[in-house]
Ligand binder design. Structure first.
Ligand code: ADP
Ligand code: MG
Length: 240
C-alpha cells in the first residue's frame, strides 16, 4: 500500500533521512518509533508529500508518485494524515470541519457530505457535538474530530504523527481506542507514538528510526523482547 525506495531527505547540510526503504501492506498497522530528531515526522511528511524528498521513490497502492505530474491533493486523499496539533478550523462547527474537504476537494454533493460526516461522528463517538465549535471540545474530542475529518476523504491509509502527545493523560485512551477500532476494521496505518502499550497490542510491526536510518523492522514480540540492537535497548529503557 505504501512503499518507499531509497528515500533521502536533507534540510540544507543536515541529512535527515538516509535511504529509507519501507513496505507497508494493506491492512497493516506499523508503529514508527525512535528518539526525538531521528526523522519520524520528516518521513511521515514525505509520505504525505508535505516535504519533498531529494532522492528515492514513493509508491502508493502500486503507483510511483510523480510530484510534477500527479495531483498531490488526490494523493493526500488516498493517504490521510493526523497531526499532534489538530488544526481544526475554529470558525467552523465540528460537522463543517469534517465536510470541508469532501465538499472542496472531492466536490461532493452537500447532502452526501453531511450524511458521511454524521456517520463518521458516530464512529468516533461524537454524534452529539456536530453543531458545536472546536473551542468547546476537550483535546481528546478535538483529536477524534481530526480523525473523522481525515476519514471523510475515504483514505486507503492513514498516517498519525504523535496523535496523543499534546493531550492530558486522561484523554489519551479515548483517542487510542478510536485508532484501535480503525485498526480492527483493517485500515492501513502508520503511527508515530510513544504509547508502547498501543504498539505492543495493536501494531503488526514496529519500525525504529535512528539518525535517519531504519535500524529495526520487526513484529512487536521480537522488537520488545528479543532485540539485540544496542540503540533499541537504550530506547526501550528510556520509554519503559
Ligand atoms: P522526529 O519527528 O523523529 O523527532 P523530525 O523528523 O521532526 O524528527 O526531525 C529530524 C531532524 O530534522 C531534526 O534534526 C530536525 O531539527 C530537522 N528538521 C525537521 N524539519 C526541519 C525543517 N523544516 N528545516 C530544518 N530542519 C528540520
Ligand atoms: Mg516528530
Amino acid at each position: 500500500m505504501i512503499k518507499t525506495k531509497n528515500l533521502h531527505k536533507s534540510f540544507g547540510n543536515l541529512e535527515v533521512l538516509k535511504g529509507i526503504d519501507i513496505d507497508i501492506n494493506p491492512g497493516e498497522v506499523v508503529v514508527l518509533v525512535g528518539v526525538s530528531g531521528s526523522g519520524k515526522s520528516t518521513l511521515l511528511r514525505c509520505l504525505n508529500f508535505l516535504e519533498k524528498a531529494q532522492e528515492g521513490d514513493i509508491i502508493i497502492d502500486g503507483r510511483a508518485i510523480d510530484r510534477k505530474k500527479d495531483d498531490l491533493s488526490k494523493v493526500r486523499a488516498e493517504v490521510g494524515m493526523v497531526f499532534q496539533h489538530f488544526n481544526l478550523f475554529p470558525h467552523k462547527t465540528v460537522l463543517e470541519n469534517i465536510m470541508e474537504a469532501p465538499l472542496i476537494v472531492k466536490k461532493e454533493e452537500k447532502g452526501k457530505a453531511k450524511e458521511l460526516g454524521l456517520s463518521l461522528l458516530e464512529k468516533v463517538g461524537l454524534s452529539d457535538k456536530a453543531d458545536v465549535y472546536p473551542n468547546k471540545l476537550s483535546g481528546g474530542q478535538k483529536q477524534r474530530v481530526a480523525i473523522a475529518r481525515a476519514l471523510a476523504m475515504e483514505p486507503k491509509a492513514l498516517l498519525f504523527d504523535e496523535p496523543t502527545s499534546a493531550l492530558d493523560p486522561e484523554l489519551v485512551g479515548e483517542v487510542l481506542q478510536v485508532m484501535q477500532d480503525l485498526a480492527d476494521e483493517g485500515m492501513t496505518m502508520v503511527v508515530v507514538t510513544h504509547e508502547m502499550k498501543f504498539a505492543k497490542e495493536v501494531a503488526d510491526r514496529i519500525i525504529m528510526l535512528d539518525e535517519g536510518c531504519i535500524i529495526e523492522d520487526a513484529d512487536p514480540e521480537t522488537f520488545f523482547n528479543h532485540s539485540t540492537n544496542e540503540r533499541t535497548q537504550q530506547f526501550l529503557e528510556m520509554v519503559n
